[in-house]
Structure formats: structure tokens, C-alpha cells
Design a protein around this ligand. Structure first.
Ligand SMILES: C[S@@+](CC[C@H](N)C(=O)[O-])C[C@H]1O[C@@H](n2cnc3c(N)ncnc32)[C@H](O)[C@@H]1O
Length: 198
């Protein structure tokens, strides 16, 4: 039943990817995976990588598990946990190839902006988890969040902006499909870790 669920028995011990996936393929993260539309399609599209989807809502985690089982995926695990804690305390340093953050909760009111996920401290934690050359990819439909996220990455000063590329390679997330159907713009950026930061 829990074939795709990553059950954490010790929240004080960092992951060992080989134990989780049974191989040494590059590991990517989908932080705040929602119903998993992106995670499932991306894991299918990229059998050469391992994907860890992190999501706190149980109903969504169960949906991802069902979809992963139906698709027979062997390179996807889903973790029901808070993503900030996961990145800071559970990821081995310099071990992740790509961290995807797509349509995180917007917190549109200015007085709530400090609740947004992408803050300088989070960016530093992501950078510590990335291996040199690893990427942080960010997608939002919210212009203000796109601005504050870029400012947070600049302030953290641990990642470099990566050249433009064709995002159309990637499957769309569930939220993206809904937002784009409403005619909303999608803002996307990616950054790369050039050197060791921890
Ligand atoms: C707006 S949805 C986007 C979902 C998905 N990325 C997509 O684009 O379809 C944001 C997701 O992040 C999850 N989330 C929010 N805060 C979280 C946290 N602290 N830890 C883990 N997941 C969180 C929410 O439960 C929700 O599923």
C-alpha cells in the first residue's frame, strides 16, 4: 500500500538516497507537489532520475501514491512532511540535482509575504542540498511573488541565474493547467549552484 510513500522513522537523520531509491541516479525534488500531475509525468519522462515529491496534505499524498502505482513508477517517492524542514534537516548536503518549486502558496497580501516559501534562508538551504551544477527551478503565476523570489535568491547570494531555456519540455503542473486555462501568465526562472556553499 505504501510502495511509493517515503516513511521517515527518524526525523533527525539525513536521507541516504541509495537506501530510498536503490540506485545512484540523480535526485530531483518537487516541493509542494499538490496532486502530483507534474511529478507523475516528469518521473515517466525521466526514468534516468529519482524524484522525491514532498507534500503535506494527506489527501494529495494519497492521490500521488495512487497515480504512481497506476503508472508503475519505480523512480518516484512521496513524502508527507513540511518542505522547509525537509530541505533544512533531511537532505544530505550537495546531493540533489534539481529542486522544483512550482506554484507555491502565493500569500498575496503584503503583510503575509514573510510566510512565502522562497526566502533567503530557504534559498540557502536549497543551495546547500544541491550538488555543484545543480539547479533551483521556480514557477509561479504571481508577478509579485516572482519579484520577491528573485530578490530572495539575489540576497542569499549562493546561486547564479541560469540562461533562459525552453520550459515547454516540462509537463505542466495541475495548478498550471488550471491557471493557464484562465489565461493567467506563468513566470519561471532557474538558478544554478556554481560552487560549494556548505
Ligand atoms: C498551490 S499548490 C501547488 C501544487 C503543485 N505544485 C502544482 O503546481 O499543481 C501548493 C502545494 O504546496 C503544499 N504545501 C504548502 N505548504 C507546504 C509545506 N509547508 N510543506 C509541504 N507542502 C506544502 C500545499 O499543500 C499544496 O499542495
Amino acid at each position: 500500500m505504501f510502495a511509493h510513500r517515503l516513511l521517515v522513522t527518524d526525523i533527525c537523520r539525513r536521507f541516504v538516497w541509495q537506501e530510498i531509491f536503490g540506485n545512484d541516479h540523480p535526485v530531483e525534488l518537487d516541493l509542494g507537489a499538490g496532486d502530483g500531475g507534474f511529478a507523475i509525468a516528469y518521473a515517466q519522462q525521466h526514468p534516468e532520475i529519482n524524484l522525491l515529491a514532498v507534500e503535506r496534505l494527506l489527501g494529495r499524498v494519497r492521490k500521488i501514491e495512487k497515480r504512481a502505482a497506476r503508472a508503475g513508477l519505480v523512480n518516484l517517492r512521496v513524502l508527507r512532511l513540511e518542505f522547509g524542514y525537509t530541505v533544512r534537516h533531511l537532505l544530505p548536503s550537495s546531493s540533489v540535482s534539481v529542486a522544483h518549486v512550482m506554484f507555491p502558496d502565493q500569500w498575496p497580501k503584503r503583510r503575509h509575504w514573510d510566510r512565502r516559501l522562497v526566502q533567503p534562508a530557504f534559498v540557502r538551504d536549497v543551495a546547500a542540498a544541491l550538488w555543484p551544477g545543480g539547479e533551483f527551478r521556480f514557477t509561479t503565476d504571481h508577478a509579485d511573488y516572482f519579484e520577491t523570489a528573485q530578490a530572495a535568491v539575489a540576497e542569499a547570494a549562493v546561486l547564479e541565474r541560469a540562461p533562459e531555456w525552453d520550459w515547454a519540455h516540462d509537463p505542466k503542473t495541475d495548478f498550471q493547467q488550471g491557471f493557464e486555462a484562465e489565461g493567467r501568465t506563468t513566470f519561471q526562472a532557474r538558478w544554478v549552484k556554481a560552487t560549494e556553499t556548505r
